[in-house]
Design a protein around this ligand. Sequence first.
Ligand SMILES: NC(=O)c1ccc[n+]([C@@H]2O[C@H](COP(=O)([O-])OP(=O)(O)OC[C@H]3O[C@@H](n4cnc5c(N)ncnc54)[C@H](O)[C@@H]3O)[C@@H](O)[C@H]2O)c1
Length: 301
Amino acid sequence: MKKVLITGVAGFIGSNLLDHLLSRTDWSIIGIDNLTTGSEDNISHQRNNPGFTFIKQSCNNLQSLKEFDCVFHLAALPRIQPSYELIREHVDANLMQAIHLIELMVKENHYPRFVYSGSSAIYGTPEKTPTDESAAINCMNPYAFQKYEVEKYLELIAERYPLNYVTLRYFNPYGPRSFNPKNSFNPYSSVVGIFLNKKKEGKPLLITGDGSQKRDFIHILDLTEANYKAAIHPEKLNTAFNIGNSSTLSVLELAKMISGKYEFIPKREGEADITFADISKAKKILGWEPKHILKDYIANA
Ligand SMILES: NC(=O)c1ccc[n+]([C@@H]2O[C@H](COP(=O)([O-])OP(=O)(O)OC[C@H]3O[C@@H](n4cnc5c(N)ncnc54)[C@H](O)[C@@H]3O)[C@@H](O)[C@H]2O)c1
């Protein structure tokens, strides 16, 4: 039986990963979260599960990782626009928390499988689509740069110490809990969740720019399965994988799929024109591929 840590467990992806692992494994899971953007409501249904313990704390208060076989590092402030305003806060959440965990592994000379939640934001608007992992890095905003810095630190520190990591570059995840009504960062969360919430409120969907920007939308259950596959892979990988659906859809097309009522608002700086994943590497090495269809999710939402 593995003992694992999930950081950022009370967030959108962390709480879904928790459900996924608890339903699929007999692992003993400790989840931590400082509840900056996450909510205890996301994990309250697992409170009495004997396989899970929640601790409200920040990553940098962890003193040791010795007991863990695997660490899923998700804790972050994952929003592009706020990362321009609250720079120090974002560097702390998105970079320094990961550095603390890397330092602990080195200090303790203990190297659990470290599954890092990276982002496709590091490609910016890519020159080639579908985009594979060898594409140029083009961080268009501070958030993307911080996500990339962690990847690069993992790569560099692994040249000297036996780190055992996998970076998963998520494209645009959607699914339950992506939209948290209590979270002040909500306007910058997943567009699928924002649109579905607007529709529920009977309000028009707000499309940034002309809506021609395209996104590769990946269902949260496909993404949590990729985390599972990354954790159980028998070999040391020390590399990055794209985790997307390998399809792309414009935001305008998405809006039309959800509702007939929409309006346009000004374009936001620092956001890519297109994301579109080449996922051949994850298919080949992790034995992973997406199974869920966006249209079905929207029809049933
Ligand atoms: N949702 C996306 O569109 C997306 C896309 C690509 C990558 N990612 C990455 O996936 C990960 C999870 O994102 P999410 O969408 O679930 O975001 P989220 O905001 O829902 O979850 C992040 C969680 O981390 C917690 N947290 C923040 N700072 C912390 C700290 N110092 N210590 C402990 N907990 C802390 C927050 O309270 C929150 O619960 C992030 O690393 C993000 O960069 C997300």
